[in-house]
Design a protein around this ligand. Sequence first.
Ligand code: ADP
Ligand code: MG
Length: 469
Amino acid sequence: AWLRICDRLKAEVGDVEYQSWIQRITLGPLDDDEITLYLPERFLRDWVRTQYGQRLQTLWREETPHVQHVELKIDKKAQRAPMSNGSHAPSSKSSHDIAAFAREDAAALDAEKETSPTAASPSVDVRNDLAVPLDRRFTFDNFVVGKPNEFAYACAGRVADQPASPGFNPLFLYGGVGLGKTHLMHAIGLKLMSRGNISVAYMSAEKFMYRFIASMQSKSQMEFKEQLRSVDVLMIDDLQFLIGKNSTQEEFFHTFNALVDAGRQIIVSADKSPSDLSGLEDRLRTRLGCGMVADIHATTFELRISILEAKAKASGTPVPPKVLEYLAHKITTNVRELEGALNRLIAHADLVGRPVTLESTQDVLKDMLKAHERRVTIDEIQRKVVEHFNIRLTDMSSARRARAVARPRQIAMYLAKQLTSRSLPEIGRKFGNRDHTTVMHAVNRVAELMEQDPGLAESVELLKHMLES
Ligand code: ADP
Ligand code: MG
C-alpha cells in the first residue's frame, strides 16, 4: 500500500517535490488504525505535515481502509535519501533549485538546535542570509530579449534603475516555468547591489513560508519580521506556492504593506497573473495587482534560436545552426530544458573530442527528446482550432475553400506538423484525405503569414501554448 501511495503522490506532486519531501519518509509501525511515518528532521516533519498531511491520510484511507490516522514522527536515523550536499556551507548550487534550499534550510535548522557553541552557527540575519542565493550568471546582459519577454525585461530594467518608483511598485512578473522570471529577479538584485549599499532580500515563497514557520517554532517571529521589514528590496519568487497557506499569506501581506508604505520596492513572481492566482486572499491579490504587472509569454521559435545562439557562443564550442534549429523545434516550452540540452551536447562534444552534429545531437539527446515527444494528437489540435475560430469540426476535412475555414484548417495542419511526429501524408489523411503537398503548402504558408502578421502569430502561439500545457 505504501508503495502505491508513493506512486500516486509522485504523480500528483511531480519528481522534484517528491524527491525533496516524500522520498524522505520511512514507513513506521502500524498500530491498530494508525500508521506512523518517520522523517529524519523536525523541519521536514513539519513541512510534510503541513503540505501533505491531509493528502497522506486520505490516500492511506483509500488504499487501506482500516488505517484511519497517519502519524508523522521524527526519527534521526530514518535517513533514506541522503542529503545531496552534506556540508552546510553555502554551495554554488543554482539558485532556482528550491529543493536544494529546502534541504539546506532543514539542515541549518537542525544545526541550530544541535551544534555546540564552538561550531559555526548559521547566520540568523535574513538580509545576509538571503542576499547569498543570487546567481551571478543571471544578469541583464545574459538575458536574451525578444517579443515574448521584452516588456517584462523593460520593467525589470526600470525597477533596477529606479527602485520603488510610482507605478512600478510592486513589480509582478508572471509566466510559465523556465521562461526567465527568476533570471530577471536576480538580474534586478545583482544590478542594485552592484551600485552600492542597498539591501536586497530574495527568496522563494516556499522559503518565505518555512522561514516564517521556523520563526514561530523558535519564538523568533519578531526578529524575522523586523529583518524582513528592514530590507530595501524584497523579492518573493514563485508566489503560487503560498496558495492556501493563510497564515503565511497574512504575514506576507503585512510585510508587503509595511515595505511599500516605507517606500521600499517589492518584486513578486508567479506562474499566473494576480487575478488568476486562485487561493490568494483578495486583499493580497488587489495589492499585488496595483503596481506593474508584466507577463513573460511563451517563447517563440525565434527567441529560442536567439537564446541558443547566445548560449552556444558563450560556451565557445561551435554548434551548427541546423542543430540549434533542431533543438528550438523540439524543445519548445522551457528555456531551462533548452539550455540543458545544449549544455549536454557541448559537454559530450568536448568529452569525445568530436564536433557537434545533427546526428550526434539526435543520439546524445535521445532519451531527453523522447520525453519531449508531445502527446498532442491531431484530433485535439483540430478541436482546439475549431473552438478558437468558431467554426465546425467538419470544416477541418471539408473541401470548402472560403478563407474563414481554409485559414484555420491550414493553421491546424501547421500545428499538427509542429506538435506531433506525424508525417505530412498522415496529417493529410486526417484533414479529409488531402495530399501531402497540400499540407506542406499549408505549413509554409502559415509560417510565412506568422512573419507578416503579428496578430496571427500570436493566435497560433497561443493555440500552441494551450495544446502543449
Ligand atoms: P522561471 O523562474 O521563469 O521558471 P528561470 O529564470 O529559472 O525561469 O529560467 C530558466 C533558465 O533559462 C535559466 O537558466 C535562465 O538563465 C534561462 N533563461 C530563461 N529565459 C532566458 C532568456 N530570455 N535569455 C537567456 N536565458 C534565459
Ligand atoms: Mg523561477
